[in-house]
Ligand binder design. Sequence first.
Ligand code: ASP
Length: 569
Amino acid sequence: MRRTHTCGELNSKSVNKEVVLQGWVSKVRKMGAMNFIDLRDQYGITQLIIKDSIEVKTEYVIEVEGKVIKRKSINNNISTGEIEVEVMKITIINKSELTPFEIKDDVQTSDDTRMKYRYLDIRRPSITNNLILRSKMNNVIRNYFVKNNFIEIETPIFGKSTPEGARDFLVPSRVNKHHFYALPQSPQLYKQLFMIGGIDRYFQIVKCFRDEDLRIDRQPEFTQLDMEMSFAKKEDVMEVIEELLIEILNEVKGVKLTKGFKQISWDEAIDKYGIDKPDLRFGLEIKTITEMFKNTEIPLFTKLDKKVIRAISVDELVGKKELEKLTETAKQNGTNILGFAKFDNNTWSGSIGGKLNESEKDGLVKTFGIKKSSTILFVVDEYYKASKVMGALRNEVAKLYNLADSTKFELLWVVDFPLYEYSEEDKRFVAAHHPFTMPREEYLETFDKDMVNAKAAAYDIVMNGFEIGGGSQRITDKDIQSRMFKSVGLSEQQVKNNFGWFVDAYNYGAPYHAGLALGLDRIIMILTGAENIRDVIAFPKNSSGIDMMNNSPSKVDESQLNELNIKLK
Ligand code: ASP
């Protein structure tokens, strides 16, 4: 290579060295007869000082030859801040037009423009760094698994549907007319077959595809760390994953965590936090306080029927604007009325606060341990509905009052998930995880008869309020598997057509096995503090699933469709 150093490499030890640098012009400044250029590459920025007049503009690609000298005014914010390069020769490698937005971190432009010119966006140090950290994380993962005797095996992208609860992306087959491959929602079935194939420990960093509505933490194609272990139980998988996450956090963030992450049951998570992926960086525990109001005169709390009163206490006197925002959150989550009581200097006020009797006041102070000023937020609804609203309110309160410390990483396991969930759309029970998840031992007799109460040997790992992964003990018993399929409404014929190839494998000797998958995009999003998952993916889709750069998905030629025998109406 012609360059002798990168733009992030030179420091006071390099003074007097003759160097060749190459990179992009980040800034040009003129001071008297002198010209200053900030030269940027992936590694950093080096200040150049040029005595002659120059013909360069921002984002030109240049090469300079020169001598490293000590800077007069030191810049402690960058690694090269003690030096500058006195340029003897400058060569323009390539010119640049004026870029659609300035290449800097606090860029003022729309997301769609950034995505359209993503290659320019990637030049911005914050995006470059996200990609670097992502690569580092993948490296830690591969090293960790190889060290622990796992082998990485690739699985097909063109396959058959995997039931992970989303819609499939389909790919038509030209040679097999009217037949489609499904892109994998996960490698679930293949990894289970590896266990039957005698592979002891499998892992893979793998792309998965799910046709779902997009959110700030969701893209149609995403990357999982997928793993499976034979002769392993839930505890074995959890131990391996804890060690891995400890290594990732240490290597990528320098954060030290210790083994033995907190574990709570799904029931407890819903009861205390209203959600199955609680953010534990703040308290705001939800309490059910129906009993406290059994003799109340407050209209909202009477004629409850099957409803309950759930509440949280915020250590603030919540203002009008904030209350409006919280009421909006309650509405979006299905409850129209958000009751509140403010406690300040021993006096109560607010929609509920003004109507409390003495025993209720007493009860609230004791239950929530109120000392100074506080605002209690109340929701009245059926237990699970009220929990959902409270869970959302809890997160919104934390956002409004900045309660979640961004330097903290709180990890926990949520275990004992329900085996099924009721799908309003399909009007039937579906597998909450996927239908290969083992019921917990104490539900083996009853799981398909009492589906509401059946619990799964499944576990999720949660970090700072995001579900970053999940897995389960797998069903390895044919009888349990067919009961499971039947209970989610699959006929024998449907099972045969869809999963016959997979289920048959369990006729030939399967070890018991368990595994898990981590969502790598989400993890790196949390570790980098990115606000949107798009910021940690090289070429992401926008919120309508469109790649703004190449405009995919795009229409295809009629001739191509003809070849596939596909007719568009
Ligand atoms: N396949 C599951 C998922 O993608 C993970 C697992 O059960 O291992 O969520």
